[in-house]
Write a protein that binds this ligand. Structure first.
Ligand SMILES: Cc1ncc(COP(=O)(O)O)c(C=O)c1O
Length: 424
């Protein structure tokens, strides 16, 4: 065992799990180099964060320039990068989403969104969807249901939170197939309001527009629209968690654009600042302007260096055509993967939008967790970093940086196919 890993075992909590044993030295673009000089292609983008690629030179330059000038404010004084970022973000969020609160992490954005929803509506009830991941702090954890391991030994969590099944069509909670789908998941949600939570006592519904950690699942096109209509009818706020699906990951700035739905509040993090810690609660001004002074706050949130990195990130995504690249590369990957699905029985489902693609591995219809584990081990040996998703850890999530070139994408998918061949 390398000394660094040995020391990590001694000094760092075992609660924190690393996905690989790689000891990274540097990273550039889609590549990560370890301390022995071995290069890996990172098809995780550092867990859907390095959307512009690792250490994009323009982002690095913005970070250095800002660090030279001003690193911290602690809400003691104003600084230009904060406002530049708010203006830049307003240009890419949907119409009407025009006020922001900046934090440091995804979970902080969720906490802020929940507090804002309760504060604004004066109601307590919260609806979340089974399978979603929203974070690990106690408020966001009350929503997270992508796996019971996150919640074990932490009950009781936030009261008045109710879960309804996420529309995961490949593994429909109601046993339906697309041909027989009557949107039972939506009917179930309506029944929940009849049995458990009066809609007039509900502050918000929160959902990932595309399921991330829960298995990279794209919901049926009209599901989010139905939620929007229900929320409008009852004065419930709709929160879309774009922490993983945002910042170009699906080939659009935000996944919600695929569904034609505008939320009341959205949460953004991960890819926003190319790896610098930053998150945002973004909301309609008519809602967020009611959050009274001191009702929420932060010491580090909206840090000047992170803001500069985020503004540079948005510029890079725009000027280097990364939304288009994500859409085109994603389509190409889907074509290759769907062809693989025809060849290999162990691929049960391939789904996704842009470069947010899930490949679900099965054996006789059951989750094939062991198979995926072997494929991932093969890929790592061959220099390809991957992560899994899904409650059974049988979904391979493809989330490479949005800068990926066709040849690298094909190379990576080829390595995955070799791993599949070794199984059969
Ligand atoms: C959709 C979603 N929401 C929230 C979070 C929490 O983000 P963080 O780990 O930065 O707290 C994540 C993290 O994976 C996520 O995928």
């Amino acid at each position: 065992m390398h000394d660094i890993i040995k020391k990590a075992t001694e000094l760092l909590t075992p609660a924190l799990v690393m996905h690989t044993d790689i000891i990274a030295k540097r990273a550039q673009g889609i590549y990560v180099e370890d301390i022995n000089g071995k290069r890996y292609m990172d098809f995780t983008a550092g867990l859907a964060v390095a959307n512009t690629g690792h250490n994009h030179p323009r982002v690095v330059e913005a970070i250095k320039k800002q660090a030279d000038a001003l690193i911290h404010s602690g809400c003691i004084f104003y600084y230009e990068p904060l406002i530049t970022l708010a203006e830049t973000l307003k240009d890419i969020t949907p119409p009407g989403i025009d006020m922001f609160f900046f934090g440091n992490s995804g979970t902080e954005a969720i906490e802020g969104a929940l507090k804002l929803a309760r504060f604004y509506t004066g109601r307590q009830g919260i609806i979340a969807f089974t399978g979603c991941f929203h974070g690990r702090t106690l408020g966001s954890l009350s929503l997270t249901s992508s796996g019971a391991k996150y919640r074990r030994k932490y009950h009781s969590l936030l009261p008045a939170v109710y879960h309804s099944p996420y529309p995961y069509c490949y593994r429909c909670f109601f046993g339906q197939r697309p041909e027989t789908c009557g949107m039972d998941c939506y009917e179930h949600l309506k029944r929940l309001f009849k049995h458990l939570l009066p809609p007039e006592e509900t502050a918000c519904m929160i959902i990932e527009p595309v399921l991330g950690e829960g298995g990279y699942v794209v919901p049926p096109m009209n599901f989010l629209k139905r939620l929007r209509e229900f929320c409008d009818k009852w004065g419930i706020l709709l929160i879309l968690d774009e922490v993983q699906s945002g910042m170009g990951r699906t080939g659009k700035w935000f996944a919600l654009e695929h569904f034609g739905v505008i939320p009341d509040i959205m949460t953004i993090a991960k890819g926003i600042a190319s790896g610098m810690p930053l998150s945002a609660v973004a909301a309609k001004k008519e809602i967020m302007s009611h959050w009274s002074p001191g009702a929420h706050g932060t010491t580090f949130g909206g840090n000047p260096v992170s803001c500069a990195a985020a503004a540079a990130t948005i510029k890079v995504i725009k000027e280097e055509g990364l939304l288009k690249n994500a859409a085109v590369a994603g389509k190409h990957a889907m074509k290759i993967l769907l062809a693989m699905k025809e060849k290999y029985d162990c691929i049960g489902d391939v789904r996704g939008l842009g470069l947010m693609i899930g490949i679900e591995f099965v054996k006789k219809g059951k989750p094939y967790t062991a198979g995926l584990k072997k494929i991932m081990a093969h890929c790592l040996k061959k220099g390809l970093i991957l992560v899994e998703a899904g409650v059974d850890k049988n979904v391979l999530r493809l989330a490479p940086p949005l800068i990926i070139e066709k040849s690298d994408l094909e190379k990576g998918l080829g390595i995955i196919e070799d791993g599949i061949k070794k199984l059969t």
